[in-house]
Design a protein around this ligand. Structure first.
Ligand SMILES: Nc1ncnc2c1ncn2[C@@H]1O[C@H](COP(=O)(O)OP(=O)(O)OP(=O)(O)O)[C@@H](O)[C@H]1O
Ligand SMILES: [Mg+2]
Length: 279
């Protein structure tokens, strides 16, 4: 559904994306992870035709996003990181403008707006100005707007930033449903547990290159399923083991305090990108 072939993006001497080849299947829930500046937003901007690649190609549903971008654009919905709603207008007016931009008929816009507002739990708020909404309501409205024209692929760049824990869980449920109903989802996030909970596959990007690509379970298994955290003074080191027996044998040799636990996707991320912030 999404095919990137040898994508490169340079900003002057800075290579934001370095020869990236990545295919996302139809109906897949794909997680796109990486440290700050890895090139995630650059990728999303290329795939939503906001930025042109320096080299390489990208197609959505077979349409070249850099050439026949109109055909590709009709297939996609975008939830940008920065909320770009018209704050002075009502939720309904925001959806109406979006529908008109996509050349939908008024009757269809009204029907779809009702449907998606109900889906994201905003039915009672359609006639309220957006500047009276909470952050979570605004986020849900950007999702309803992204879905209004019936896209088959949804791009979301850090959609849960700024949400409280229960708001984030609500959104997870919503995204799962959207995906179950057939949409392909391309999700960028810094909340690694979010990717682990939601995604069929994740790709980890580092300095413009894809350094890992697999299911969360396979990535965790390849790093080592069991972790021993060792605190020595104020330094935390994590060691990976294939099973509890070998982890336990190692922990018994440790001088400081050692904790044995199951590995998670965040451990894999830290191991591969090598950037753990030790408090
Ligand atoms: N318009 C621009 N002009 C120059 N350099 C840019 C521009 N946009 C991005 N970059 C650079 O490209 C690289 C990748 O940036 P990008 O925004 O894609 O990273 P990211 O993975 O989304 O990071 P974050 O997690 O912080 O959102 C960075 O080095 C960034 O400084
Ligand atoms: Mg970004």
């Amino acid at each position: 559904m999404i095919r990137m072939e040898n994508l490169t993006k340079r900003y002057g001497k800075n290579t934001a994306l370095n020869n990236l080849t990545l295919h996302v299947k139809e109906g897949e829930f794909f997680g796109y992870l990486g440290p700050n500046g890895a090139g995630k937003t650059t990728t999303v901007k290329i795939l939503t035709s906001l930025v042109k690649p320096t080299a390489g190609t990208a197609t959505i549903g077979g349409h070249d996003i850099t050439r026949s971008s109109l055909a590709a654009k009709k297939l996609i919905g975008v939830v940008p990181q920065a909320i770009n709603l018209d704050m002075e207008l009502t939720a309904w007016e925001n959806l109406l403008i979006h529908g008109l931009l996509y050349r939908m008929k008024r009757g269809a816009i009204r029907a779809e707006a009702r449907k998606w507002a109900a889906f994201v739990g905003l039915s009672g708020a359609l006639d309220k100005p957006v500047n009276t909404f909470s952050g979570g309501m605004k986020r849900r409205l950007t999702i309803a707007r992204a879905l209004l024209h019936g896209p088959r692929v949804l791009f979301m760049d850090e959609p849960t930033v700024g949400l409280d824990a229960s708001g984030r869980r609500d959104l997870w449920g919503l995204l799962k449903r959207i995906n179950r109903e057939g949409a392909t989802i391309f999700l960028t996030t810094h909340y690694i547990e979010e990717a682990e909970a939601l995604c069929d596959r994740v790709g980890i990007l580092d300095r413009g290159r894809l350094i890992a690509l697999d299911t969360p379970a396979a990535l965790i298994a390849s790093a080592g399923k069991i972790v021993v955290d060792v605190f020595e003074g104020d330094t935390l080191t994590s060691r990976f083991f294939p099973d509890r027996a070998s982890a336990g044998a190692f922990a018994a040799t440790v001088q400081g305090s050692a904790t044995i636990r199951n590995a998670n996707l965040e451990d894999v991320f830290v191991k591969l990108t090598g950037r753990r912030v030790v408090p």
